[in-house]
Design a protein around this ligand. Structure first.
Ligand SMILES: Nc1ncnc2c1ncn2[C@@H]1O[C@H](COP(=O)(O)OP(=O)(O)O)[C@@H](O)[C@H]1O
Ligand SMILES: CC(C)(COP(=O)(O)O)[C@@H](O)C(=O)NCCC(=O)O
Ligand SMILES: [K+]
Length: 250
């Protein structure tokens, strides 16, 4: 079995695939290395052979997680690294190593799934990112802004009277009508910022490519914006698609 990990700034997304068929054996989202180990060890029939990892965490944090995995499961771990080009995509950053690896892999996955079309890749995690890849594979660059967790935490941290719990936040997001409580006003306001961001990215993509492009939406908060771009492909495992391309086990 193959263990795949996508270590974001807030959560570790993990899944286990059968080596031969590629079928999904198990998957989950956890908030710490320890929780990951617990989840894995709780699975009956788990027989890990190999592991591929992408991380946007510090080298120290990533090394430490990989050490633990190698020790606990006696597996070899490969991690995605930066590249100037791969699978037909050319990294557009001035310094290619500075581009977040999750963005790079999502682009590889998107460009592959778009079968030769230009693509706009939108990722809604701790941060929100947009990346533009032309039909010839050239990465034109992208944008980074705060995601839902950062926006709401900034308001909670830097104001005195915005305080509410997670359950109220979840309930508030059932509508985008003007809020009549603090929690509704904040949650819906931030959600509208993300939706407005999507519309702006779509406008820019149209200016580049008219209607000849594919939009991919991924990340934990993808559902907050999905209906703003009805033609977009919501692909929760887009980073994993790119990870398998960047770290093949032949
Ligand atoms: N099962 C889940 N567990 C945790 N967060 C989730 C889950 N489903 C959706 N989310 C949302 O995903 C967001 C985090 O997205 P994610 O892509 O995991 O971020 P990152 O890659 O930066 O760690 C959170 O704001 C949360 O609202
Ligand atoms: C932009 C990001 C913070 C997004 O991380 P995430 O929200 O997925 O945890 C990450 O891709 C990153 O640290 N990038 C390095 C900076 C850059 O891409 O320019
Ligand atoms: K991510």
């Amino acid at each position: 079995m193959i263990l795949e990990l996508d270590c974001g700034n807030s959560f570790i997304k993990w899944r286990v695939l059968e080596s031969a068929s590629g079928a999904l054996f198990a998957e989950g989202i956890v908030d710490s290395d320890l929780a990951l180990l617990k989840s894995l060890k709780a699975r009956d029939g788990l027989a890990l052979r190999r592991c591929r990892v992408v991380s946007v965490r510090t080298t120290e944090e990533t090394d430490s997680l990989i050490d633990v995995l190698e020790r606990e499961f006696a597996i070899s771990v490969v991690r995605a690294t930066s590249a100037q080009q791969m699978s037909g995509v050319r990294n557009g950053y001035e310094d290619y190593q500075r581009l977040g690896l999750d963005r790079w892999l999502a682009m590889l996955g998107g460009f592959h799934l778009a079968s030769g079309k230009a693509c706009l890749v939108l990722d809604f995690g701790t941060a929100v990112t947009a990346d533009f890849v032309a039909a010839d594979g050239e990465h034109l660059g992208g944008f980074i802004c705060p995601g839902m967790p950062l926006m709401r935490d900034q308001l909670r941290t830097h104001t005195r009277k915005i305080r509410y719990g997670d359950l109220a936040a979840e309930r508030a997001l059932s509508s985008t009508a003007p809020g009549r409580t603090t929690v509704e006003a904040v949650e819906r306001g931030c959600s509208l910022m993300l939706r407005g961001f999507v519309l702006t990215q779509l406008e820019m993509a149209r200016a580049y490519w008219e209607e000849n492009f594919v939009v991919f939406i991924t990340g934990g908060d993808a559902q907050l914006v999905a209906d703003v771009a009805p033609d977009a492909r919501v692909v929760p495992d887009l980073v994993f698609v790119g990870l398998a391309m960047a770290c093949p086990f032949s």
